[in-house]
Unconditional design. Structure first.
Length: 234
């Protein structure tokens, strides 16, 4: 039976910091809308409309499931999908202060693939932005499956998002390990399926966070993560 490693993304394999309140962002986005003859709007008004729409959609659908609708409303209901995607890419690029792949990420994924583990990425995220990050960071091709919460309509700690990843790679939960960085989403989702968890965290509560589930608290290093995975997958 094949074995699998499921990974969280942000905080586990990559770190990101964004600033959606930067006036430069809204000036450039307003310029983009004007240049593409979509609408003529001031940066200040565009920013106000964006945050108002986000607030409305979050109230209706919750965090992490709103941006495609928000962007479509900003550009107008008749906007083409290509224009919305291009706007989202501009938004992500201009709002990102830094995006860094963790030093261990590629060596770890490459090693696991060379040892024939099935790999899946499972992330609570707005897919319209995360797909941009994945396309530009060099990690996408390491995974057999990528499951993003806004695309499947369910998010951690709901275990169904892990179930979807496991079904797509044809590996039962008894042959999988999850690697994440948060107690309340990553660990709880793994716990619900009784999947052992490698938690990249300095929180001392993590070791005792689950009474029945094997949890290994590790430092963010290739050696420590790989050693924990080897132990749990043996």
């Amino acid at each position: 039976m094949k074995k699998a490693v499921l990974f969280d993304f942000y905080g586990t394999l990559a770190d990101i910091k964004t600033d959606e309140a930067n006036p430069f962002l809204w000036q450039k986005l307003a310029d983009w809308l004007a240049a593409n003859m979509i609408q003529d709007i001031s940066p200040e008004q565009l920013e106000l409309e964006y945050f108002a729409l986000c607030e409305q959609e979050v109230a209706l659908h919750g965090e992490g499931f709103v941006l495609p609708v928000v962007f479509r409303k900003l550009l107008g209901e008749k906007a083409r999908d290509e224009a919305i995607l291009s706007f989202a890419e501009q938004f992500r690029e201009l709002s990102t202060i830094y995006f860094k792949i963790r030093p261990y990420a590629i060596p770890l994924l490459a090693r696991l693939r060379s040892e024939h583990y099935r790999l899946a990425l499972v992330s609570n995220t707005e897919a319209i932005l995360t797909n941009y990050d994945l396309d530009h960071c060099g990690l996408r091709d390491y995974f057999d499956e990528i499951v993003l919460s806004s695309e499947v309509g369910v998010a951690k700690p709901d275990p169904e998002i892990l179930n979807r990843a496991l079904r797509s790679i044809s590996v039962p939960s008894s042959h999988a390990v999850f690697v994440g960085d948060t107690l309340e989403t990553d660990l709880r989702a793994a716990e619900a399926l009784r999947i052992p968890c490698v938690l990249i965290s300095s929180d001392p509560k993590a070791n005792s966070a689950s009474r029945d589930l094997p949890v290994m608290l590790v430092k963010p290093s290739l050696h420590d993560i790989y050693a924990a995975l080897t132990r749990l997958l043996t």
